[in-house]
Design a protein around this ligand. Structure first.
Ligand code: HEM
Length: 565
């Protein structure tokens, strides 16, 4: 610092003394902090005002198929990153709303442009575009950061530009055996939406019924107070799905798997934020322990499995659990760079995708079922009229799924609590999405919570039940039927297009089954006065409360099917 910059009798440091601003303020007695603040902030303010005027000008002069206008940001280079991290969906809502309607906007994150498409027509166009059907850019981020896949294995995901379809994208030179996008998705679709869905659903439902039976048996003798509704549901739903996918062996060999898994789940947002490993050594150790348990199970299953073990459903077996797990072992391992460790990272990801969203969904549906005045009686009446009770197994699932109120509670729960980002890339060419363009090699994103809170859609349809409120009948039309008409491109809890969640059919069945079982088999009193959601989940799926939901519970029937009160 030069001594020339010390001017004035009080010797305050004035770094801009020789500048125009310095001369302007030379004879004033402004404290130096105000001078610096004005000097730094004024140019930003001017820049921001110009960007804002440009933004509104562009919005008023939209031509067909143009790039979405750039949302103004205050600090150059950092762009919208801070706003996104601090305010999340609230910022996104602001950035993608114009004149009361959702629209599409260009943001920048540390100089990387990001195209956020939220108007329902563009969301629909995005998911219809075969060129934008690959979720591999999200895969690299999620498998690497969250599930700890090493770079050597991630290289296969980075290199695969052949797309998720049987026919590779033109121009791709990836070998057929290394087409990890196609191999992964063909198997997921086959086993979760095709031939594997029936057997997987049956095994899951059997697990859920048996665990609900065990919970009932423990409640002999009246009301029991419990601290955490999530724990009950993660046991009933989460463990049943894990077992239906991976068979009994994974959990029997590794008795700590379930507990470690749910502890790991709590640190998933931290992994997603990219917090360095040395700042969260326990979480990293737990993740590696889970992968170690998966590897132990691989060794066991590989040694024991024989074709004759596959059950009558043609899918399940006691070693690998399901055809999905068997096929992944055969086909994914053949891809360049894949090994036991990368399999464990990607299977941990699969288990996480399979249970981490459905358990909080059943939690929030159960919470509303018992907390919302009058809803429980309506649900019990709807089940009684629905002709769906069956001796032994509990319910005729087909009939249960037809009950409009249950389907509406399911859809409304996912609308209110899902906060997911869907990301895709346009590696080969610029893509037209109707009104807007996505440039070549740019990232496109959609956020489900922004769509699910769109007042232009949800409030307009039912002004007395604004988007922020849970309304069990939202999806029941005037004829008393379930209907999602008018909400296409606005109700998107599972994403859309080719990468849409393949577990959605199983999820719907299980969520509705759980609502029905909780209503039929138990009385529950929710003890929390209010429930606030934890918004720090970084857009990684269904939100959950920031505190445990305490409850009192008693079973409704004694062991002989008689009402126990
Ligand atoms: C309420 C429950 C669920 C919700 C809200 C949900 C939501 C999602 C979302 C938003 C995605 C990302 C889609 C995209 O990138 O476009 C996804 C992917 C996935 N989900 Fe679900 N899911 C649920 C339940 C399930 C279940 C029960 C399973 C399995 C049994 C499952 C398996 C998967 C898999 C394997 C993927 C990755 C698909 C891919 O690689 O393309 N999900 N899910």
């Amino acid at each position: 610092m030069s001594s020339a910059n010390f001017i004035g009798t009080d010797n305050h440091y004035q770094p801009f003394a020789g500048s125009v601003l310095g001369r302007t303020f030379a004879n004033t007695r402004f404290p130096i902090t105000i001078t610096i603040t004005i000097t730094l902030i004024l140019p930003l303010l001017i820049r921001y005002t110009i960007a804002r005027l440009e933004y509104y000008h562009q919005r008023r002069h939209i031509s067909p198929t143009q790039l979405p206008p750039t949302y103004p940001c205050f600090i150059p280079y950092i762009g919208h990153l801070l706003s996104l991290l601090i305010s999340g969906p609230t910022f996104l809502q602001r950035a993608t709303t114009h004149a009361g309607h959702l629209t599409s906007t260009r943001l920048t994150l540390l100089t990387t442009p990001l195209y956020l498409f939220q108007d329902p027509a563009t969301v629909r166009a995005l998911w219809k575009s075969p060129a934008l059907s690959s979720p591999l850019s999200s895969y690299v981020y999620v498998l690497g950061r969250i599930f700890g896949m090493r770079s050597a294995a991630l290289a296969a995901y980075r290199a695969d530009d052949s797309g998720p379809f049987l026919k590779p994208y033109s121009g791709s030179a990836v070998l057929a055996k290394d087409r990890i996008d196609y191999i992964t998705h063909a198997d997921l679709l086959r086993e979760l939406t095709g031939v594997g869905l029936g057997p997987l659903t049956s095994r899951t439902v059997r697990g859920v019924l048996s665990r609900v039976g065990e919970a009932e048996a423990e409640l002999y003798g009246g009301w029991v107070e419990k601290a955490d509704l999530f724990k009950l549901l993660r046991g009933v739903v989460g463990t049943s799905i894990m077992e239906a996918l991976a068979g009994p062996a994974l959990l029997e060999l590794n008795p700590g798997f379930v507990e470690d898994f749910w502890e790991f789940d709590k640190s998933v947002p931290w992994f997603g934020h990219g917090i360095p490993a040395f700042l969260m050594p326990r979480a990293v150790r737990r993740r590696e322990r889970l992968k170690g348990m998966l590897k132990r199970w691989y060794g066991y299953a590989r040694e024991r499995f024989e074709e004759g073990m596959v059950g009558e459903d043609g899918d399940g077996d006691p070693a690998w659990g399901s055809e999905l797990m068997r096929r992944r072992q055969e086909r994914l391992r053949e891809v360049a760079g894949q090994d036991e460790d990368s399999m464990a990272a990607s299977d941990l990801g699969l288990v996480w995708a399979s249970v981490a969203n459905i358990v909080p969904s059943t939690l929030m549906a159960t919470f509303h079922l018992f907390a919302q005045p009058g809803l429980l009686d309506c649900v019990r009446a709807a089940i009684a009229q629905g002709n769906c009770r069956v001796e032994g197994s509990g319910f005729d699932l087909k009939a249960l799924m037809q009950i409009p109120l249950l389907a509406s509670i399911y859809a409304e729960t996912l609308r209110l609590y899902t906060n997911s980002y869907f990301a895709t890339r346009s590696p080969h060419s610029a893509t037209s999405l109707g009104r807007w363009m996505l440039p070549k090699d740019a990232i496109a994103m959609v956020n489900s919570r922004v769509s699910h809170m769109d007042s232009g859609v949800w409030n307009a349809a039912h002004p007395s039940y604004p988007a922020q409120t849970f309304w069990a009948d939202r999806f029941v039309n005037a004829e008393g039927e379930f209907s999602a008409e008018g909400f296409e491109g606005s109700w998107i809890p599972y994403g859309g297009g080719h990468a849409i969640c393949p577990g959605r059919f199983l999820a719907k069945t299980v969520i509705i089954l759980v609502i029905a079982l909780m209503a039929e088999r138990f009385d529950v009193e929710i003890l929390n006065k209010s429930v606030d959601m934890d918004m720090g989940k970084l857009g990684l799926g269904v939100l959950r409360p920031n505190k445990a939901i305490g409850f009192r519970i008693r079973r409704r029937y004694d062991g002989r099917g008689q009402v126990e009160k």
